[in-house]
Design a protein around this ligand. Structure first.
Ligand SMILES: NC(=O)C1=CN([C@@H]2O[C@H](COP(=O)(O)OP(=O)(O)OC[C@H]3O[C@@H](n4cnc5c(N)ncnc54)[C@H](OP(=O)(O)O)[C@@H]3O)[C@@H](O)[C@H]2O)C=CC1
Length: 602
């Protein structure tokens, strides 16, 4: 690798202006309202293509210890950690036909996780499994989800192809009444919500989208019956087809090279180019990662999290483009204050950022032979304005004769869909198949979607209360007025690129809360004072994101160009510090969240 050139002040000023113009070219007046919810408005796009149809079963009206909403890694890990605490009846309710969550739904060609498999796949120490690739294919990840579910006997009580439609606290029995779209009305002593962040596919609200007469689907519902093949390719039924794909985010980057191989002709409709860094995937053997030594996976996972959280870590065990670019993620955490005042930090950061972005733009020139296509593929914004992506196959796909790159930035995306295809800048592109790689409604699934009403004490609706008062939690997990309800997720909690690590720490915490309440015959419910204290902790260290996000191109990181929501949304000192805080709190203060029952536990 060549050493990146460090830009001088004049070059930085030119770049700043270029970024401003590119941002302005992209901001839309309708912001996030440009999108439509596939589940709510386009049932066809959200239907499950991987399961024959829900198995017949009688509605349930029984009582379980814990219901977990969501059978992705968050739900599976909660189930496993509850089992380790000795909890008997755990019922996981999942919309998909099996466990896996995002890895159940996303089976598009080329699907891989771009976080190293040895840190991404959870419970490797516990299951003895050692991944075969540095970056695992989706199928291997899904099989690992199933492995954990089997190991902890989570299939026994699981309900698949089932969505929870309402949660109602019943004061008389001090249990939750859980209603589903399959006619169930059962009770649970505790509810853990683990509905994930990338659950609801979204579609652009392009005029005429309903009129397209060809075949169409979202990448999270890949139609192999139409394309032929598998996630590894071989989509022979596309050989004579004109295929269009909309979107060049982390999903598009992986699917496009596979489509380029198999489609008669592929049109890539790009609005904002991603940063596409080196991937360097390779097979691994256990000795490469020190597997076999007790605790090897935990050590590697902790090492990765420390590095991407800006903490000192000693050796970099994973040593990939996430860890070597981690300094550029630091701006998202107040740990940047270690570097002095904001001005000093910003100057140093801007120079490092420009050097990295220059390196990424130079990569496009090296990989793409057509200079016009290379120019269109260059990202003009700061690193991590959009989620970084990694691929060694993406750019070479544009050197093929059967691939056309269509830049839609000037028209804010595709202008119109017609019966025959799409229109961009007045040019019509006739298509047989139109694929949407347009992402998900981030962070608005489950309880936060508004489609799963949660009524706590005195019938109070959780989202109504939060709309009035702002979200109120202790550590993001529990809320006053909603006893025995534990929420997993990033809100007022912590996050990181290795999200399964975050989920596992959350699962450990959720299980500890349940176990403590069981041991004391108590309810889990924080006091308003403890919520106030937590909000004060969040507000005190809240980073000033605005200066960074305001200059970014629009996307879901900055609410499509409108900046971050007001108020603290996450623990500001990073995931490592948050996990330390939670561990100490469990040791010393967990009993503060327990309240006496008025009704003995049935
Ligand atoms: N760990 C992993 O390996 C992977 C993780 N993921 C996760 O999933 C998330 C979602 O990724 P992804 O599915 O790619 O979705 P994204 O939301 O990241 O990308 C959506 C894409 O669709 C484009 N788009 C939206 N509307 C239009 C329109 N009207 N016309 C043209 N283009 C349009 C967007 O352009 P624009 O940028 O201009 O809005 C963008 O390129 C990622 O951020 C990541 O967290 C996904 C894949 C792999």
């Amino acid at each position: 690798m060549t050493t990146p050139h460090t830009p001088d002040p004049h070059e930085l000023a030119v770049l700043r202006e270029r970024y401003r113009l590119e941002r302005e070219r992209r901001v839309r007046s309708d912001g996030a309202a440009q999108y439509r919810d596939a589940d709510a408005e386009f049932g066809y796009y959200a239907a499950d293509p991987y399961t024959e149809g829900p198995a017949d079963r009688a509605p349930l009206h029984d009582l379980v210890d814990v219901v977990v909403i969501g059978g992705g890694f968050g739900g599976i890990l909660t189930g496993a950690r509850l089992r380790q605490q000795g909890v008997a009846r755990v019922r996981i309710v999942e919309k998909g036909g099996d466990f896996g969550g995002t890895w159940y739904w996303n089976r598009y060609p080329g699907v891989h996780c771009d976080v190293e498999s040895h840190v991404y796949l959870p419970m490797l120490d516990e299951t003895g499994y050692v991944p075969e690739w540095k970056y695992a294919p989706g199928d291997e990840i899904r099989r690992h989800a199933v492995r954990i579910a089997r190991r902890f006997d989570l299939y026994a009580d699981a309900l698949f192809s089932t969505g929870v439609t309402a949660l109602t606290w019943d004061e008389a029995s001090e249990t939750w009444l859980v209603s589903t779209d399959r006619g169930d009305d059962f009770r649970a002593a505790y509810v853990v919500s683990a509905t994930g962040t990338l659950t609801d596919p979204k579609l652009p609200g392009i005029p005429g989208i309903e009129d397209f007469a060809g075949h169409t689907f979202h990448t999270s519902r890949w139609d192999y019956a139409y394309t032929g093949g598998t996630p590894e390719g071989g989509m022979t039924r596309l050989a004579d087809k004109r295929v269009g794909i909309v979107g060049t985010g982390a999903t598009g980057i992986q699917a496009i090279p596979m489509l380029a191989e198999d489609a008669g002709h592929l049109y890539v409709f790009q609005r904002t180019p991603s940063t596409v860094d080196e991937r360097a995937n390779r097979r691994t053997v256990p000795a490469d990662v020190g597997a076999g030594r007790a605790g090897w996976a935990r050590e590697r996972r902790d090492n990765f999290l420390r590095i991407v959280s800006g903490e000192s870590a000693g050796r970099d065990l994973v040593a990939d483009r996430w860890t070597t670019s981690a300094g550029l993620l630091e701006k998202l955490l107040p740990s940047f204050r270690r570097h002095g005042d904001r001005h000093t930090f910003e100057a140093a950061y801007e120079a490092a950022d420009a050097a990295k972005m220059n390196e990424l733009r130079a990569r496009v020139d090296r990989c793409v032979t057509d200079p016009e296509a290379a120019e269109k593929l260059k990202p003009w914004y700061r690193y991590a304005c959009k989620r970084p992506t990694f691929s060694d196959l993406y750019y070479p796909a544009f050197n093929r004769d059967n691939v056309t790159l269509v830049d839609t930035a000037d028209t804010h995306g595709i202008e119109r869909v017609t019966e025959d295809g799409v229109v961009v800048g007045g040019t019509a592109y006739a298509l047989d198949c139109l694929i949407f790689a347009t992402g998900f409604n981030v962070g608005t699934s489950g309880i936060h979607s508004g489609r799963l009403p949660v009524r706590g004490r005195d019938g109070v609706h959780l989202l109504d209360r939060w709309r009035r008062q702002g979200p109120r939690t202790l550590h993001g997990f529990t809320s006053n007025g909603f006893p025995n309800l534990v929420q997993l997720g990033s809100l007022q909690n912590a996050s990181s690129v290795n999200f399964t690590h975050i989920l596992d720490e959350q699962a450990v915490h959720a299980a500890a809360l349940v176990a403590a309440a069981e041991a004391d015959d108590a309810l889990v419910e924080p006091s308003p004072a403890s919520e106030d204290a937590w909000l004060a902790v969040l507000a005190e260290g809240a980073p000033d994101h605005e200066w960074f996000h305001a200059e970014c191109t629009p996307g879901y990181y900055n609410r499509e160009g409108r900046g971050r929501p007001n108020g603290p949304i996450a623990y500001p000192h990073g995931a490592v510090a948050f996990h330390r805080l939670l561990g100490e709190w469990r040791e010393k203060s967990l009993s503060e969240v327990l309240r006496s029952r008025t009704v003995p536990r049935a």
